[in-house]
Design a binder for this molecule. Sequence first.
Ligand SMILES: CC(C)C[C@H](NC(=O)CN)C(=O)O
Length: 528
Amino acid sequence: MFPINVYVQLCGLLNCISVPFSEHILLFLLQMKIWQLPSVLLLLISSVISHPHNLFEYNELSEYVDSHQEEYVQTLRDWVAVESDSSDVLKRPDCHRMMDMTAEKLRAMGGKVELVDIGVQELPNGQTVDLPKVVTAQFGSDPSKQTVCVYGHVDVQPAKLEDGWATDPYNLTDIDGNLYGRGASDNKAPVLAWIHTVEAYQDLPVNVKFIIEGMEETGSNGLDAMIMAQRDSFLSDVDYILISDCGWLSRRPALTYGTRGNCYFFAEVEGPKQDLHSGVYGGTVIEPMTDLIGILDTLISPSGKILIPGIREAVAPLSDEEWKMYQDIEFDIESYKSKIGVSQLMYNNKVDLLAHRWRYPTVTVHGIEGAFSAPGTKTVIPAKVIAKFSIRQVPNMDPAVVKKQVTDYLNSVFAKRKSPNKLKVTMVIGAKPWLADTKHPLYEAGKAAVKRDLIREGGTIPIAKTFEDVTGKSIIMLPIGGFDDGLHSQNEKMSRYNYIEGTKLFIAYLHEVGIKGVGNERGLVLTF
Ligand SMILES: CC(C)C[C@H](NC(=O)CN)C(=O)O
C-alpha cells in the first residue's frame, strides 16, 4: 500500500518526538500521501499532530496560503523587479524604493511601521550618500505572549543579463516551478514568507516584530548603531531573533547554528597618470597590474593555505565533538561536485570539505576594477587597478586584527618588489562570524528532532553577532532556501515549493512558539 521505508521513517519520526502512535494518526498521514512529500512537511505535520488541538487551525491557515499562492508569487515578482543592488550607489534610489515598498506592505497589514533613518554612507572618494532607511514593524504587543523579531534584508547582489543569466534577473520567471530572479532566495522570498505568515494569522500566537534592512549585501552599514540605539526600546521585549537568510545543505531542511564573517578589502595600485599603449610603453614602465597580481598571489597557496601571518593561528581548533558532527552529516561529495560543475575539490573527504566550507577562513579574489574585462582585445597598460578580495573569517578571528594583519602583510610584500607605484589597502567590510551555543537547549533538542541537519553556513550575516551581543537574546536561523538556489550567482532562484511550504513552516513555527504550557525549547524544535 505504501513503501516500507516510509513506514520506517514515520515510526522513527513519531518516536523521536514521542507522539503516541495511534491508528488514526497513521491513517491521516497515509491519506496525505506523506511518502511523496519531503521531510520538511513530514516534520511539520508531526509537529501539528503532537498538538492535535492545533490541527484544525493549521489546516485552515495552510489552505489560506495555498489559495493565495499566485498573489504571493506576484508580490515576489514586484519585489524582484526592483534592482535594489546596495553595492552600486547609482542604484541607491531603487534601494530607497525597496524600503518604501516593504514599509508599505507591512503598513497595509496593520503593522506599526517606522522607516528609521540610519545616516549616510561615506564613499571612497569622500562623498556621502544616504543609507537606505531600516524598516521596523510591530504586530501585537500582548505582554502575555512571546515576542519574536524577524530580521531580513531586501537589497541584492549585482546581476546583469550579460553575466550569463538565462532570463532577465529582474523579471521573476517561473520555469518548472522555480522562480528565477536576483534576490528571489537571498533574501526577498524568505522575508515575504515571514510577512505572509503574519498576514495569514487572524490572531497571532506571538507578538512579531520585523527589522528589514537594505544594506546587508555590503556589510549592513549603519545597522549596528541602530541596533544599539534601539536595544532598550524596540528590542527590549524581544525573546528570540529569527533569521531566514541562508540555505539548506541538501534536500533536507536544516537549522543553522553558525555563519562565517567577512573582511572585505580593496588593494589599489596606482602608477602612470593615465592608461598607456602597451606597444609604445610596455617594457619601460613598471606596470600596476603586474604589481597587483604579484601581491595577490601571496595571499593564499594553490592548496588553499592562507599565507598571511597570524590568520591561521587565530582559528579555534576543531574539537573531536565537532569532527563527529560533520562526520554524521549527510553530504554527497559527488553531487556537490556535479552541482557546481567541477571535477576536483580542495579536499576529498566530507569532514574536511564541510569544515573548510563552514569553520575555517578562506581568501577569495572577487575582481579587479580598472582592468580591461570587456570582450575583445585592447592593448592597454591600465594606470590604476583595484583588487577586491575578502577573507571569510571564523571564531576566534577579529576583524580589527585581520585588517592590520592583511595591511601590514601586503605592504611588506609590496615593499620587496621595490616598485615606484603606490599601494593603498582599505578594509571596507568587517563583519563578524556568529556561532550559536549548540549546548543551548534549543539546539540540543533541535539536534534530536532534525537529526543530521544541524548545519553551519559559509556565508555571512553581518548583523548576527551584534544582535546577540547587544540584546543578549538567542538567534534561531531557519533557512527555507534550497541548496541549489544559486545565491549571488547567475540564475538565482527560489522554488515555488520552498516559498509556499516555507511560509507554512513559519506559520507552524509561530504556532509552536505560541503554545501555552509548552516550553519554548520543545515548541521550537518540534516544527523542524
Ligand atoms: C558581508 C557579505 C557581503 C554578506 C553576504 N551575505 C549573504 O549572502 C547572506 N545572504 C555574504 O556574502 O555572505
